[in-house]
Structure formats: structure tokens, C-alpha cells
Write a protein of this length. Structure first.
Length: 365
């Protein structure tokens, strides 16, 4: 199913349910204006997926933000409608009824406040530090690796956003930067319009910056997108491995949407025993296969931890590790919540983040 078709179905369902819920509970004084309001914003939410890239970036950004907020608003409105239905059914059994309009108005206030909080969190990423010690590195050897994922550069997130990211990353003085996919959101033209590539170039580290593609990186001319990133100095790893130095090996996989099998993962595991071996894989679906193939560190993103509450209930059941860190003997898996967002400019689940990996060698027991 294409992303446009999926967006169309979701937009229609959320908007229709929200419309009839508020039409019934709020009983608007001017129903025609109310209907026109819903129709316009529902159309904008759909049209935001195909906005012409030659429009001024500020206009692309404004319309996309409005559309994103609308999708989040209708999503939470559907949850409100379900909660209202539950209370009505419960009220019948208790022989009590809550006033419809009061319930809807209270729900609207909570939704707006919750969305405002989520919008603030979306633009205030945190820094998470994970310390790892390993006998695969010589004693007292130390690497600081920055893990990023899910930047989703495009209509909303442009050069200002990337410049701020680059400043924060450079202030941490990393040895290596790795990006676990979804650098782009929808289209290359949107990234170019937002002047994001020039800002992205500032993500530099002494031992290199490495990118494994995510599902969104394949949405629009992936080979051209790869070339543009390479021109900025990034090393793109699509089922490829690179020896960084005498101690470190980094492997990047094509996204799960392109290759669901583990043949590439196993083929690229050659010489893993001679290096501290890091595997970049956008979707955290091959954790156990990475462990069994002799990789030491498995780095992923993609999940956004659901992004909108309560969707983490889904991601926690979809992946072995949808967020955080999991140690299995000498093997470590880390999944990040990502730095950006997809669709609504909100984060009401885990905050966006930069992950700092402090990897230190130790003596063998």
C-alpha cells in the first residue's frame, strides 16, 4: 500500500469520526461553517503529502504543520469519542448520564494542552548516554560514537533544525557519527527547498559519518539521494561494511522494506571476530540474527516509540527492543527513539534524542 493511499484512508477515517462526534456533542451554532472547517482541514491534511516543492519553503512548512496538527487532533478526538462511548455505556448501567457537551469540551481542553506539550517535546530533544565496556577493544581504548536516526528532513524540518542538531553534536566531540536511516521524510525536492543538505554537511567526525538507509530514504529516487549525501561527505552503507581503523568495523544494512532476509547480514559478518563490529539497521527486526552472526553492537531507530501516545503499546509488541538498551552477554542492542518526527510535529511518547555511545576496552578476564 502506497504512503499516499494509506494517508488518504487514515485522514478520511479520523476526520469523519471526529466530525460526527463533535457535530453531535457540541451542536455547533453554524453547522455549515463547522462542516466547511472540517472539509478544508481534512483536504489540507491529505494535500500535504503532495505539496508542490517549488512553493516557498515557509509556506510548505506552515501548511504541513497545520496538516500535522490536524491529524494529531483527529487521532485524539477519536480516542475521546471512544472514551465518551464507554462512559455512556457505563452510565446506563449506573443509571447516570454525563452531559455530552461538557464531556466534549473538557476533552477538547485536555487534547489541546496535551498536543501543546507534545509539540514542545518534539523540538527539545534530550541526550542519552550509554556506556559499554568490551574485551574486543584494547584496554583503555575509547570511542565516543553518536547515534542519530529518523531526522525526517523535508517540509517541516529544514536547515534551522539541522543547524541546531549539528551544533549539539559537534559540542560532544564524537569520534564517529552513525545515522540509522530516515534522513529524508518524503521527497528530495523538499530537502533541497529547506536547504537541509548544506546544514547536514556540518555533521562531521574524525573517523567519519556513516548512514544506513531507512524506509523513507527509498521514497524518492534512492540512488540520487545517496549521491547527494555522498557529496556532503557521508559514507552510505547499503549492505556494505567498512573498516574504520584497526579496532572498529561498521556495517550498514539495506532497510527491511528492501530486504527482509538475513543473507546480507551473515555475508557481511566476515572478520567480525577481528574488530569491535557495529551493525546499523534502521528497523530493529534482526537483533537476534545480529547477535548470532558475531556482531558486538546493533544500532537501530525507526520506531519513534510510537510517537503519539498510546501507540507504544503497538511498537513494544512489534519489536524485541522498540526503545532503549538490551545486553545479551557480550552483545548489546540499542534502539533510539530518533531525533525528528513523522507527520504531526508532536512527541507524546518518548522524547526525541541524541544517543552518545561511550565504548571502552578492558582486559580479558
Amino acid at each position: 500500500m502506497s504512503i499516499l493511499l494509506l494517508a488518504t484512508i487514515v485522514d478520511i477515517l479520523l476526520s469523519v469520526i471526529s466530525y460526527f462526534y463533535y457535530r453531535k456533542t457540541l451542536k455547533p451554532t453554524y453547522p455549515k461553517i463547522f462542516t466547511a472547517f472540517f472539509l478544508i482541514l481534512s483536504f489540507l491534511a491529505w494535500y500535504s503529502f503532495i505539496l508542490p516543492a517549488h512553493w516557498p519553503f515557509w509556506l510548505l512548512q506552515l501548511l504541513s504543520v497545520i496538516a500535522g496538527f490536524w491529524l494529531a487532533f483527529t487521532f485524539y478526538s477519536v480516542i475521546l469519542a471512544l472514551l465518551h462511548l464507554i462512559t455512556l455505556l457505563a452510565g446506563k448501567s449506573w443509571h447516570r448520564q454525563l452531559p455530552d457537551k461538557s464531556f466534549a469540551i473538557c476533552g477538547l481542553v485536555i487534547i489541546i494542552a496535551f498536543m501543546a506539550w507534545g509539540n514542545y517535546r518534539a523540538f527539545h530533544p534530550t541526550i542519552r548516554t550509554e556506556k559499554i565496556t568490551t574485551t574486543k577493544l584494547p584496554p583503555n581504548t575509547h570511542y565516543k560514537i553518536i547515534l542519530l536516526s529518523d531526522l525526517h528532513l523535508g517540509q517541516i524540518l529544514g536547515s534551522d533544525y539541522v543547524n541546531h542538531l549539528a551544533q549539539r553534536v559537534q559540542s560532544l566531540h564524537p569520534d564517529v557519527i552513525v545515522i540509522a536511516g530516515d534522513v529524508m521524510d518524503k521527497k528530495i525536492d523538499y530537502v533541497v527547498a529547506g536547504r537541509s543538505l548544506q546544514a547536514l554537511k556540518k555533521l562531521q567526525a574524525p573517523l567519519g559519518t556513516y548512514i544506513a538507509f531507512g524506509n523513507h530514504d527509498y521514497f524518492d529516487m534512492p540512488f540520487q539521494w545517496q549521491l547527494l549525501l555522498q557529496q556532503q561527505g557521508f559514507v552510505i552503507l547499503r549492505d556494505q561494511a567498512v573498516i574504520v581503523d584497526k579496532n572498529l568495523k561498521i556495517t550498514g544494512l539495506n532497510d527491511f522494506s528492501q530486504n527482509k532476509r538475513i543473507n546480507s547480514l551473515n555475508r557481511l559478518a566476515i572478520a567480525n571476530e577481528n574488530y569491535y563490529s557495529i551493525l546499523l539497521d534502521h528497523q530493529p527486526r534482526k537483533t537476534l540474527a545480529a547477535r548470532d552472526a558475531g556482531y558486538d553492537l546493533y544500532l537501530s531507530g525507526h520506531t519513534h516509540t510510537g510517537q503519539l501516545f498510546p501507540l507504544r503499546l503497538i511498537t513494544k509488541n512489534m519489536y524485541l527492543l522498540d526503545y532503549g538498551r538490551k545486553d545479551m552477554g557480550s552483545f548489546t542492542a540499542v534502539t533510539t527513539s530518533g531525533y525528528g518526527f513523522w507527520g504531526p510535529p508532536l512527541r507524546t511518547e518518548a522524547t526525541p534524542e541524541i544517543v552518545v555511545l561511550e565504548i571502552t576496552g578492558k582486559e580479558k578476564a
